[in-house]
Write a new protein. Structure first.
Length: 305
């Protein structure tokens, strides 16, 4: 495991490793969960390991600017919120349609935001990492390595996407829709930490996927190559310690903490895991996308089983 490959940089900087078998991957997920008893991890899966770990808004702005700063992200974010409200979105929710709640809804429907979708269930994230492409995609696209991310969220602040009057400040009376989110960004900047955002009104898809969001004030310097728009909270584990983590669940040499880890999944391992995920863990499209849009996507892909 490990070493340079032609398809990703996750293995080059001590923040990631590659698994060679399905058994290795499943054991590694357990080893991460049991590394320390008091840690909480968020999980995210991406079917193409050549993509970085970043928000949809950050990626969009990176195509337009040589350097993406907090000011650039914030200006675009405020513009999107203004246009969404001018369109009439959130009008039916009244004071519940806070900036954070509206951004979560927009993110959920594919509008670019700084929020990153994650889940508390590693098997759900793994499904996204090994997701079977639609039948009409080119064969080469089907042989793309995937990546499973584990992110330690233990020390982070968390926010519901909207809250009722208790605990609110004078700033909330001045800007009732934007104050909580603005304070979350300010706190993120002062601490140098990202934050968690939980949907206060999760729809059936969010419930099924056990999903929530990560957000962050854009740091002035990124410390983990490939992680853009936020920084892991803690030191780089290094390739040697990651190798020892996958080989044994106990004993010396393992990283004492694991702020962030990218697990690269070769195509042959993706193939091996799809059926067990469907049959044993019940991670399948109809379960994870139990809404009309999910049915439409499955129907278009001819993946209704």
């Amino acid at each position: 495991m490990g070493g340079k490959t032609q398809f990703t940089g996750w293995l080059d900087h001590g923040w990631g490793l590659q698994v060679n078998t399905a058994n290795q991957l499943l054991k590694l997920i357990g080893h991460i969960a049991l590394l320390k008893q008091d840690r909480t991890y968020a999980w995210r899966g991406q079917s193409d390991a050549s993509h970085d770990f970043s928000s949809s808004l950050y990626r969009r702005l990176a195509k337009q600017h040589s350097v993406v700063t907090e000011d650039i992200v914030r200006d675009e974010e405020l513009r999107i919120l203004k246009e969404a409200r001018r369109w009439g979105l959130g009008r039916d929710l009244g004071p519940s349609a806070t900036d954070l709640h509206l951004l979560a809804v927009l993110q959920h429907h594919g509008v670019p935001t700084r929020l990153i979708d994650v889940t508390s269930n590693p098997m759900t994230a793994l499904w996204f990492a090994i997701e079977e492409p639609s039948a009409d995609l080119h064969l080469a696209a089907q042989r793309t390595p995937g990546v499973l991310f584990a992110v330690d969220v233990t020390p982070t602040d968390w926010y519901a996407t909207f809250q009722h009057a208790e605990g609110q400040t004078f700033e909330h009376s001045v800007s009732p829709l934007g104050a909580s989110y603005k304070q979350a960004l300010e706190k993120s900047e002062s601490k140098g930490h990202f934050f968690r955002a939980y949907p206060a009104l999760p729809d059936e898809r969010m419930k099924a996927q056990e999903g929530y969001f990560l957000g962050s004030h854009v740091p002035g310097r990124h410390k983990a190559p490939g992680v853009m728009g936020m920084n892991p909270i803690g030191a780089r584990p290094g390739a040697e310690k990651l190798e020892k983590l996958v080989k044994a669940s106990e004993g010396p040499g393992r990283p004492p903490t694991l702020p962030f880890c990218a697990i690269v999944i070769p195509p042959r391992v993706k193939d091996r895991l799809r059926d067990p995920l469907r049959r044993t863990y019940n991670r399948r499209r109809r379960v994870l996308f139990p809404d009309v849009e999910g049915f439409r996507e499955a129907f278009d892909r001819d993946q209704l089983d």
